[in-house]
Design a protein around this ligand. Sequence first.
Ligand code: SF4
Length: 372
Amino acid sequence: MLLDYTKLKLNLLIDGVNPENENLIGRMSGAGPTGGRYFLLENGSCVNIPLWTKNSKYSRFWIKKFDDQNNLFQLFDDKKLITTLKLIPRPKFYDLNTSDNIKMSKIAMLHGENCLASTIYQKCIYWSQGKACEFCGIELSLRSNSTILEKTAKQLSEVLDKSIKEGVCEHMTLTTGTPNTSDKGAKKFMPILKELKRKFSVPIHIQLEPPENQIIIEDLYSSGADTIGIHAETLDPLIFHKICPGKSEIGLKKFKEIWNYSVEIFGKEQVSSYLLLGLGESLESLQKGAHYLIEHDVIPYIVPVRSILETNFENVQQKNFQQIYNLYKDVNNHLKKHNLDPRQNKAGCVRCGACSIITDFYNIKIESKNEN
Ligand code: SF4
């Protein structure tokens, strides 16, 4: 029977893999979906597999390395061999230093197959107010000294240069914790964007909360950002308030205003929002939120949330796998119905695709490769 790689990818994103017996190392904490490593499935799709989360150690999936040279692993579902995975190797630039003597892996890391990603400011006002998003690990990597508080344009430019020369970078994701300013960190992005765009032609994705003044979105675009992520995580106000006590104070009305303005400035398919699976929201409500975004030309990047170690967050166990898969299928049909193609996204998470199966449905032709 043909293996449905899109279903397998979703399974791996939700359940993770028990990495026991394989001495893999990786990003244990920080912003976004951490606690995993990136693998290529046999159909060429990249997946950010949770290896070090609260759930992954109980996963029925496990791996066994069988080809050191090519980083190939066998993937087992309990006792059954399922397929082969290719690990994206740890890039060499990680062990280089910037001209101010900072290890480059503390400035930016490789995400997915070819996305250089960095958190330009590693603190968030909500952490200091005790209102952090429950699933977030942004300040944990600072505490573990695996990164530094604030990255400069010069440091990021040096790392980008090395990653391009090593042939591992084709686009970039820059995210930020939220400082206590009405621009939500936008002004920290601008000198970095201008410097990187002055030297490189790599498309750049930025992520931040909705700034109070929408003009800032124009300034970010004219500074050189190609795509933007304004992440609400959910469009259910009760869940939003419960899971993101600080961020939800902005209100979904502001998110909607800034999404609309961002689509005007960046263009359709270049604006996205994470919607997290496993926050306790019903699938119907999540579907409604995704449809709202699509009908406003914003790409809903639906990602199974992770229970990152050292956070108090326990994601809500996903029992109804087939319903979740059908939700993704429905959202994909709605994207097509509204002529919104995530493959047109120039940079960042939507282009990378490692944390979601939102784009995998489009790669139907890839699936057929298995018939040979
Ligand atoms: S989808 Fe985004 S967060 Fe996930 S690996 Fe890719 S760049 Fe990183």
